[in-house]
Design a protein around this ligand. Structure first.
Ligand code: ATP
Ligand code: MG
Length: 435
């Protein structure tokens, strides 16, 4: 993409309304703009990040055997009366009335809707197990929307729902999702620790939250420094490897402040105890037959007796992740994107726009890298180009100046380490491609 023809409205000044780094940087790098309290427009560069995260989430959900679908954002109030949550949900639910005075709402989550769909679409125990998910906008009328997309009112969530015939099978679905989450975070390039957590509005008794450590996190967390997510990508989806993975990840102590267990904490050797702050980027719940019973969803079992499906639900805050990743990965100069989700893999800086030699080299590189390269082809000073490339946070900067160009070389800069390499165009392209 050519920066001269792109809408990436960077800001030099720090926006006054932004209290934390990720919010400031998202505004300054031209990723989002606030349209109303807690409601954001995603500009082209921001949308590229959101879409890359969603795609990794999608691939790992698919790999776990979950099926993608798409439920609407607007739901009927009657559906929520069936579970009893219409009144219980309170002021966070945005309630709407249509022209026929029918009560609707903008969905904050989808347990009721998916239960109604399965109730209608399944006939016998043979139709289970099932895991379904969608990636859809949610609305929660938060009392205090803040920190940009970290606590918005409208936000993008991946939510999955599992339906099983018995506890054993439901617990397997739960562990499968935990593995899918760990694989997802590893591929994105961040560490998110699974922590024992309260179940809140959703209900049930087994739950983990996934936290990215950051001093600005809203949750107090306790964890064993020995925690290592290990290599989730090498773990298969067979029941045995899932079980071994779950054991390894949950025997090491980690909990949010609500679930801090002093006795378990005392077992962790003192030098390994860590207290910190975390940003919740995902949460998984097992809640048994809570919704299937309340909503009259039962299936005839092998002997004809009624089986109420055992359910779980599994959320990832796709839009919150964008802010959380920046919170964990930035410096004074700007964002430091992990390779897998950067808006552009590389920024291409032409230090003398209009010079026949630098222009030709840049055109060649831009042609090879295509849309994943942001070509700064503006008539701007080198200093401005350097500062913006650092701010937007491209994993690589390919710097084309007249001196190197004369001898056929370019400078390659790695944003995360600051390393610089003087390379031929071919070698620079090869290095970017291999990362
Ligand atoms: P929180 O405790 O932060 O309010 P929650 O526990 O109510 O979140 P869940 O119901 O577990 O949220 O939703 C699943 C995921 O959706 C969360 O882990 C989080 O990543 C994301 N999420 C929830 N609320 C918001 C919000 N207001 N803005 C952005 N993302 C959110
Ligand atoms: Mg939660």
């Amino acid at each position: 993409m050519r920066l001269s023809h792109s809408l990436i409205p960077t800001l030099k000044e720090t926006p006054a309304e932004a209290q934390i780094s990720s919010h400031r940087l998202m505004l300054r790098a031209g990723l989002v703009r606030q349209m109303a309290s807690g409601i954001y427009a995603w500009l082209p560069a921001g949308l590229r990040v959101l879409a890359k995260i969603a795609e990794i989430v999608r691939q790992e959900q698919d790999a776990s055997g979950a099926q993608e679908m798409l439920m609407p954002t607007i739901q009927s109030a009657d559906l929520w009366r069936e579970s009893g949550r219409y009144d219980a949900y309170g002021k966070e639910m945005l309630r709407i009335t249509d022209r026929h005075d029918r009560e609707l709402l903008f969905g904050p989550t989808n347990e009721e809707m998916i239960t109604a769909i399965l109730r209608d679409a399944t006939k016998s125990y043979r139709d289970l197990p099932q895991i379904l998910y969608h990636i859809q906008w949610k609305f929660r009328d938060e009392v205090r929307p803040r920190f940009g997309v970290l606590r918005g009112r409208e936000f993008l969530m991946k939510d999955a729902y599992s339906f099983d015939l018995d506890y054993q099978s439901a617990f397997l679905s739960y562990r499968k999702m935990m593995l899918a989450y760990m694989r997802t975070f590893q591929r994105i390039g961040i560490t998110a620790i699974p922590m024992r957590a309260d179940t809140g509005q959703i209900g049930g008794d087994l739950s983990h939250e996934f936290h990215i450590l950051a001093p600005t996190g809203e949750s107090g967390v306790f964890y064993d420094a020995a925690f290592e997510s290990g290599d989730a990508l090498s773990v298969g989806y067979g029941p045995e490897s899932i079980d071994a993975f779950y054991q390894a990840n949950t025997t090491i102590y980690a909990a949010t402040d609500e679930k801090h267990d002093l006795a378990a904490w005392a077992q962790v050797p003192e030098e390994r105890r860590r207290e910190g702050r975390g940003i919740e980027v995902g949460q998984i719940f097992y809640f048994g037959t809570k919704y299937s019973e309340a909503m009259g969803f039962d299936l005839p079992g092998p002997d004809g007796s009624k089986i109420y499906p055992e359910m779980g639900s599994y959320g990832i805050g796709v839009s919150r992740l964008v802010g959380a990743i920046i919170e964990a990965k930035h410096d004074e100069a700007g964002i430091i994107w992990p390779d897998a989700i950067a808006p552009f893999k590389a920024g291409l800086l032409n230090l003398r726009q209009g010079d026949a030699v630098t222009d030709a080299i840049c055109e060649q590189i831009h042609g090879k890298l295509g849309a994943d390269c942001l070509y700064d082809d503006r008539q701007e000073r080198a200093g401005v180009k350097f500062a913006e490339a650092d701010l937007i946070g491209h994993p690589w900067q390919i710097i084309v100046g007249p001196r190197g160009a004369a001898s056929g070389t370019v400078e390659l800069k790695r944003r995360s380490t600051g390393e610089r390499f003087e390379l031929s165009v071919e070698d620079a392209l090869a290095k970017v491609a291999e990362a």
